[in-house]
Design a protein around this ligand. Sequence first.
Ligand code: MN
Length: 226
Amino acid sequence: MSLARYKQKRNFKDTPEPEGKVTKAKNKLTFVVQRHHASHLHYDFRLELNGTLKSWAVPKGPSLNPTDKRLAMMVEDHPISYASFEGDIPEGNYGAGHVDVWDHGTYEPVDEKGKVITAAAFTKALKAGSIKFAMKGRKLKGEFALVKLKSDEKSWLLIKHRDKYATDDEYTAEDFARKSSLAYTAKRLAAKKAPLKKATAKKAAPKKTAAKKAAVKKKPTKRVTT
Ligand code: MN
């Protein structure tokens, strides 16, 4: 596992995100879900494995309802230290916007029968495109699966397994987001809407006529005097 792609995308002189390094696993494997309002609001689902955080961007966020299949786009591995990152990535940087932790905790990789497996076996399953794991978070609990779609290299589905933590009710991650992050989103959406109204009210600028374009072309070049 390498952080090359993570580092390539970021200028650490300009973003408060951690530069990080590949770290050795401690006792339990950790996970984090970060709510990230970048150009589009999404939830970053990250599982610690082999010294980095395997990462997926989940547009709708995770769900505890087993009938939901949440699209999860695999993104570059992040450093373990990213798990505690919260803050604002400045404009002009990769992923510019607000990040905060939505849930965190530990997880155990499991097999089909729910038996705990080694990190090595889990890595193999990940490469094969189908993993199962038991989560111990504040919000996310019990077994989940991430299954790779055959359509492309990056698309996976995040699915809750039916267990005592599952719900049949509609589940929206936003309902459990912090007030401060919802406030950020409301503010940002309001700012986006305001100039848009003005722009649509204005008449579109007239297109350059062919004659005008020709006139521009005909303009003689200035003679350079030496
Ligand atoms: Mn993100």
